[in-house]
Design a binder for this molecule. Sequence first.
Ligand code: ADE
Length: 247
Amino acid sequence: MLFDVFTILPEVFPPYLESSILQRARQRGLIDVRVHNIRDYTHDKHHTTDDTPYGGGGGMVMKPEPVFEAIESVLGLASHLSKPQPVPVILLTPQGRVFNQRVAEELARYERIALLCGRYEGVDERIREHLVTDEISVGDYVLTGGELPALLIIDAISRLIPGVLGDPEGAQDDSHSMGLLEYPHYTRPPEFRGWSVPEVLLSGDHGKIERWRREQALLRTQQRRPDLLEKAVLTERDREFLRKEER
Ligand code: ADE
């Protein structure tokens, strides 16, 4: 999977991309992240990427010319319209649809995506109307720019790509992938400061362990994120367990 990132802060990307799992995924050719500096596509002496808003008011707005030129020269003109594999051009903005595991799964199906990191107070609306094909927010809070959201999205998508996580089932049990929060994990030692690992996990009875994990996931979701339970796919046995717990 190829990620093209368009930003005025390219230097923030390498430290994260060069660490651990993403570094290994890049070395193995499972993902490739190309970071493009929008400033390289300016033609004035000061390499201007922003300007004051028409109509007045505070803040600065990202200018359209360098953004169009950067994206069009990297992707090829109107390449996001090409078939059979269009390249979505995604603007990171608090005004976008909210990112979650379903959106990560949806985007993981593309061979290539472009991520445009908004900065300043916003981007010239013509970028939105005529260049961008999707807008994503990583949550209902405002950051100083789209760089962290872009890294977050690259991370969430990359770990869904087969081979990126060492364990082939790695992403299957995750919190959110099955619509529930994940069950608790334990490792050695079996007792630490008098706190013991639940007996069932030491029992070697895989059926029992699986059931316990499912129930813990259900309980945790009921306690912390009851909103998720409404959408989760539950068996009759799950429902019976939750009814019993409520009593
Ligand atoms: N840029 C600033 N805040 C953001 C957010 N919450 N999501 C995506 N991009 C942003």
